[in-house]
Every structure is written in C-alpha cells, then in structure tokens.
Design a binder for this molecule. Structure first.
Ligand SMILES: NC(=O)c1ccc[n+]([C@@H]2O[C@H](COP(=O)([O-])OP(=O)(O)OC[C@H]3O[C@@H](n4cnc5c(N)ncnc54)[C@H](O)[C@@H]3O)[C@@H](O)[C@H]2O)c1
Length: 259
C-alpha cells in the first residue's frame, strides 16, 4: 500500500470525485480526513473509508471561508498529529451562457474554486513546512484549458486560476519539499455533471440520455470518466513514485483536450 500511514485531507469529500479520492487513498493505507460543507455526506464517506481499516475523520468545513479552512486543518493536525497530503477538490458551478452570468455567479464560484483552493493550499503548506514536506493536489478542470463544453466562462476562469496557482506554488514551496500539482478532469459522472446534463436537456428539449450520448460522442476514447479515474491520478500524485513531479496539471479526459 503506497500511502501507508500518510495523513490525507480531502475537501468536498462527501460526493463524486472527492468521495472516490478519499476511498482510494484509504485503500492505499492512508489515514483519511473527509471534509465537506455537508457533514452527513462527509460522515458517509468517512464511514465507507473506515472499511479499509485505517483511522478516519469527518469534518464539516466551508472551503470558501478562511476561518473554516483554518479550523479544518487544525482539526486534522489535532487528531492525527500531521498532514501529509491535501486534495483541494471542493468546487461549484452552474450551466450558463456567458451573457447570462452575474456578479453573484462570479463571487459564488470564485469563492470556493479559486479563493478556497488558495487558502486551503496556504494553510496546509504551513503545516507541511513545519514537518519537512508534503503533497498538495488541486482539482482544476479541462475548462481551465479552454474546453468549449465548459459549464460557464466564470468557472473556466476559476479553473485557469487553479492551474496558474499550481505553478507558482510549486516553484515557491519546492524549497520546503512540498510538491504541488493539479488534475484537470474531463466529463466525469458525478452529481455536478448529472445536474449540468439535466439543465442542458431541459433547455435543449432533449432527454438526459440524448445529452449524455452527445457528450460522450465528442470524447475520443468514447467514454466519460468515472470518479475512480480521477482518484487513480490523485493516488499516483500522492505516492512515492511522484516525488519529483511538481507544478504540473494533468488532464484525465479521454482525449478531449490535448494541451
Ligand atoms: N464532474 C466533472 O465532470 C468535473 C470536471 C472537471 C472538474 N471537476 C471538479 O472536480 C471537483 C469535484 O467535482 P464533483 O463533480 O465531484 O462535484 P460534486 O458536486 O459531485 O461534489 C462536490 C462536493 O463538494 C462539496 N462542496 C461544495 N461547496 C463546498 C464548500 N464551500 N466547502 C466544502 N465542500 C463543498 C459538496 O457538498 C459536494 O459534496 C470540483 O472542483 C469540480 O469543479 C469536476
């Protein structure tokens, strides 16, 4: 098990990609802290992760709020004594045409996706500097690389911010033996995408199945991701084999975007 005794904190761990990452990390022997805005969802994930035998913790946290982020990381360290890996996964969006987006959309989306990722990264790095190193994995998106099928332009900008932040953070934290990388998922079958497909089906007068099939037709490998496809990349980036990888953003998208 490549993550034996590593303490891993996953944000947005109550559902979808975050849940899959928490479970995959636990499967590799990690001690997992599952944080989510929704405490019940975090507890559900922690409960499932405990089946792998390691210690688990569920935390209610709002990753758009700096005080809440501070308390979340402090809780992990109080419980487990250290923090080896943080996966900054929590994110929000909605499906909208550029001309329909509002200031409230900008504030809601950037509060979690950009500001939240920055302050989670900074707070986790504070612990990692003190303990001699760590791994930071940020959840970006192919939206941040110009994917035309993105949910909206503000979301794309928030994910572009994550990709840029990953590079600068990697450069500045390398001296502390901290690796910073990001993952750019393509279309991944979670509630977030389920809601987006349902919205598009409504607005286009099509069935959910038709919209999903249209999505998958555009993917060169012909299939959307399952959350486990993203979790596999997260486990690799947290593992000893990735010790010399930093500042990178990896697409996991079946070939949708090739840059
Ligand atoms: N699903 C996709 O196709 C896809 C593609 C590219 C990138 N992503 C990114 O992957 C990440 C996870 O997406 P998902 O599809 O699993 O989403 P999801 O909506 O299924 O799950 C997101 C989880 O984050 C939690 N959350 C939301 N706001 C929070 C906050 N302020 N603080 C703490 N937790 C919060 C939610 O409660 C939920 O449990 C997001 O950053 C998303 O942008 C997803």
């Amino acid at each position: 098990m490549s993550l034996k005794n590593q303490v891993v904190l996953v944000t947005g761990a109550g559902n979808g990609i975050g849940e899959a990452i928490a479970l995959a990390m636990a499967g590799e022997g990690a001690t997992v802290a599952a944080a989510d805005l929704d405490l019940n969802a975090a507890q559900r994930t922690a409960q499932k992760a405990s089946a792998h035998g390691g210690p688990v913790l569920a935390i209610q946290a709002d990753c758009g709020d700096v005080a809440s982020i501070d308390a979340m990381v402090a809780r992990v360290v109080a419980e487990f004594g250290r923090l080896d890996v943080i996966v900054n996964n929590a994110g929000v969006t909605r499906d909208a045409y550029i001309m329909d987006l509002t200031e409230a959309d900008w504030d809601r989306i950037h509060r979690v996706n950009a500001k939240g990722v920055f302050f989670c990264l900074q707070r986790a790095a504070k612990e990692m500097i003190g303990q001699g190193g760590g791994r930071i994995i940020n959840m970006a998106s192919i939206a941040g690389r110009g994917f035309a099928g993105t949910s909206n332009a503000i979301y794309a900008a928030s994910k572009g911010a994550v990709i840029a932040l990953t590079k600068t953070a990697a450069q500045q934290l390398a001296q502390h033996n901290i690796n910073v990388n990001s993952i750019c998922p393509g279309v991944t079958m979670t509630d977030l995408v389920g809601n987006l497909i349902a919205d598009r089906a409504r607005s286009q007068g099509k069935t959910v199945e038709e919209v999903r099939a249209a999505f998958e037709k555009t993917i060169p490998l012909g299939r959307a991701n399952e959350p486990a496809d993203i979790a596999a990349m997260a486990v690799f980036l947290a593992s000893p084999g990735a010790r010399n990888i930093t500042g990178q953003s990896y697409n996991v998208d079946g070939g949708l975007v090739t840059s």
